[in-house]
Write a protein that binds this ligand. Sequence first.
Ligand code: SIN
Length: 532
Amino acid sequence: MPGFFIVNFDTRQLPWESVDHLVIGSGIAGLYTAYLLSRSGRGVVVVTKKMVGNTATERAQGGIAAAIGTSDSPLLHLQDTLRAGAGLCDPEAVRILVTEGPDRVRDLVGMGTCFARTDAGFALVREGAHRQRRILYAGGDATGAEIQRALCHQVRRLNIPILENHFVVDLLVHHGQCYGALVLDETTGRLVAFRSKAVILASGGAGQLFRQTTNPLVATGDGIALAYRAGAAVTDLEFVQFHPTVLALPEGCTFLISEAVRGEGGVLRNAAGEAFMARYHPDAELAPRDVVTRAILTEMKATAAHVFLDVTHLPADSLRRRFPTIAQTCAGLGLDIAREWIPVAPAAHYMMGGVQTNVHGETAVADLYACGEVACVGVHGANRLASNSLLDGLVFGGRIVERILARPAGWRAGPEFACSELRAAGRVDYVGLRTALQDQMDAHLGPIREPSGLEQSLRFFERYDYLQRCAAPDPEAMEVHNLLQVGALVTEAALARRESRGGHYRTDYPEPRECWRKHLIFQRASRNEPAD
Ligand code: SIN
């Protein structure tokens, strides 16, 4: 049965390490979950494929949404989240997100996260599709870095082991039950089998499917791919969020210009200098992200040029104080944001879909949990509301721990695992293949999708189906195997969904269709392959 693993191995010939709980990933969801488990006296080890701070969390600029302002309420936050989600959010999951969110954010504060404050309490700002000022931020535009710092500090204080440069190759699943994971220690080149009572997948998203992305290089969809191979259900993969305003440089778009810049009054202008957003949506610059992204692309097409974000009417001092990272990065490129318009274009930013979970973070595989961007509990629907992603990681990471603590924690005798049928791939240029894949995705799975492009993309992935029967020789190849797996699923889902909704827009079906108010779920037959 090809495709269940991506390397040949036999756990009878590998070292086994036993850990109570194995957390995969070191962003907000992984570190917070590890912290809570350890604080409750549970053993936990974090594995992360590069360095601990190499995460999407670290790069998050805008902030974290929570209904804590005096004029705000969880109900208003719920309504905004549902509206942005374009009819595909799970209302119960959203209710949990917005009602439990404020206490989780206070927990972060208790752990030492320094959010910006005014004399009246937390400084709260607005972003797109929020009707209230409810975004907490830190360090001006360095919110994620501050959260990552505070969480790392706490995790180290509790002496939770963080194994850096550990690549999770596959999950060890038998009869729908997760027993641990097969991990490559990149510093020694050794494969290690981790046995654990529960595995918590918090490995982030898949932005590296695209060349134009705000995501770090590590965001190669590994968690979605390995959960899918292990028999978990994955869902909503056609819904990729493209951030409207990413710094447009000749070499591409990867540096985010936070939505908070528009929240503070930044104006989008086309090449003719026209502030165009009011023509597309009554909320203009603060319309939902998918709307702003498509408006920008329409203007770019009409003028054959970039659009610009104009903040030159805002006071220079407060701009530099409020957005120090953006101001400094642009200054380093010779652009003074207080005097010049910032060239921007959309780029891939966030996966709304992922490993399907219930509101306790449980997946279709027993003792395999998922939270954060890798997971899909249903809070984002077809289009995530700005600054709800960090909150999602916190709230549902916290609920996983509650679930684990409420259960009897025993070791299950597990089988040995092996795979021996994968053949050598021969000469595959994995670097070239990764680039070719990104080119396909940029061309055909972007914010505006054409049916012929989707068909072409499907054929591209079919050409590389044979790699499922081949062993991945090294971590770079493993990432490409994972990208191929997830890219193929995204394409299949986008082709199947014959409508436009939220982040998924098709030129041949430009409107939402009631018959498509449903989720596409992919799940392969579960694995049943212990060693002979
Ligand atoms: C931003 O700062 O614009 C990104 C925030 C988010 O993705 O929610």
